[in-house]
Write a protein that binds this ligand. Structure first.
Ligand code: AMP
Length: 145
């Protein structure tokens, strides 16, 4: 799949934005949604997306939306830091299938890293259920306040 892929309005994250698919929310504004990654690579792995931009990846996003997305990502990363106390945080964005992108609505990963804990493989394994993600999301939400 090329980097110039057309935006598919039925991609998973578009469905989540419309409320057609569930997610465990961390932060929502009129422009931004942050939610728990359903295949978490570590405890607290979450994703930040822009609700209005139809950017597929980092290359085609409008500068204003990118700026809003980046600011929200910093807010979420700080909340992950204060809420979960990881030893480090990876901020990741994959553009294009060859780079590892699997959902074609621009998103930024906030991936906490803990000393001595192996980070799981990307987008693999068994999906986590909402019941297990919710208490982690609650700690992040509390740290946002
Ligand atoms: P990427 O591979 O960079 O496009 O990232 C897509 C991410 O979305 C992966 O880490 C997946 O685990 C995650 N993901 C896929 N489907 C869902 C979903 N329904 N809810 C939450 N996260 C998802």
């Amino acid at each position: 799949m090329s980097l110039e892929t057309e935006y598919d309005p039925d991609n998973i994250f578009a469905k989540i934005i419309r409320g057609d698919m569930p997610c465990v929310k961390v932060l929502e504004t009129d422009k931004i949604l942050a939610f728990m990654d359903v295949f978490p690579q570590s405890e607290g792995h979450c994703l930040v997306i822009h609700k209005q931009s139809q950017a597929v990846n980092f290359l085609d996003v409008e500068p204003e939306a990118l700026s809003e997305l980046t600011a929200a990502t910093q807010e979420v990363a700080r909340a992950v830091h204060y809420g979960l106390n990881p030893d480090g945080i990876r901020i990741m964005q994959f553009s294009g299938a060859r780079a590892g992108q699997t959902v074609f609505h621009l998103h930024i990963h906030v991936l906490p890293v803990y000393e001595g804990v192996v980070v799981a493989a990307h987008a693999s394994g068994k999906p986590a259920d909402a019941e297990s993600l919710e208490p982690i999301a609650a700690k992040i939400r509390a740290a946002l306040a």
